[in-house]
Design a protein around this ligand. Structure first.
Ligand code: SF4
Length: 218
């Protein structure tokens, strides 16, 4: 694979998908989701190497990578979504958002998240997110608390209260950000109707996602 201007030796800081530019801010996750393609695809995503090898890019590096990608081709949206949970980098993500309002005011800013940002940061973060983001997409995947633990395989600090915290996070984002979508990966044994009803009861929109697996080429 050739290295583009938006990559470092540690891996891609940004990558494209459809009309969006995606930011790979961290490889840290509070979960080891059973459906996550980072395991089967060995940290690759459609010709991009998202393995940061312990390097957490600075805000300047991320902004440089975004600028460089924008000079190559325009994008409609910037999405904080790599092989890791961006709310571990909350302050840095919000600093990048603040600068992007000036540099790329027409591009929307979205966070894709597993929804554990409140527990990760030890406080409710929705109001802070609302200052930088236009939308949030939360990967909830089930309405069943026991199945949530089975599917997401959380690290110990997130196992006991994780599911309730994700629901609260969704409720808060829907209240203060507005454009909040709950998603679920289509998998056998998951009651998607129940998940949709739960999403709507929390004030969020709803979207099913296909299960990407190793049948799809990288
Ligand atoms: S939080 Fe996201 S990147 Fe991390 S294991 Fe789950 S799906 Fe994969």
């Amino acid at each position: 694979m050739s290295q583009s201007k938006t990559d470092t030796k540690a891996g891609a800081l940004v990558y494209r998908y459809h009309d969006g530019l995606y930011v790979n801010f961290t490889n840290r996750c509070p979960t080891a989701c059973r459906f996550c393609i980072k395991f089967t695809w060995k940290m690759q995503y459609r010709s991009h190497d998202l393995k940061l090898n312990g390097h957490e890019p600075s805000t300047a590096e991320v902004l440089d990578a975004i600028d460089s990608a924008g000079r190559e081709r325009a994008f409609d949206e910037i999405v904080f979504c790599g092989y890791g949970e961006s709310t571990y980098r909350l302050a840095d993500m919000l600093a990048v958002c603040e600068e992007l309002k000036r540099r790329t005011p027409r591009a929307r800013r979205r966070l894709n998240t597993i929804g554990l940002g409140n527990l990760i940061n030890g406080r409710s973060i929705a109001a802070e997110l609302a200052r930088g983001l236009d939308s949030v997409s939360v990967s909830l995947n089930t309405a069943d608390p026991r199945q949530w633990v089975e599917m997401h395989n959380p690290l110990e600090p997130f196992a006991k209260d994780g599911f309730e915290s994700v629901k609260q996070f969704i409720r808060e984002c829907a209240a203060v950000i507005g454009d909040t979508t709950v998603t679920a990966v289509k998998r056998a044994g998951v009651d998607l109707d129940a998940c949709r009803r739960l999403a709507e009861s929390l004030g969020a929109c709803w979207r099913e996602r296909p299960y990407l697996d190793d049948y799809e080429s990288k």
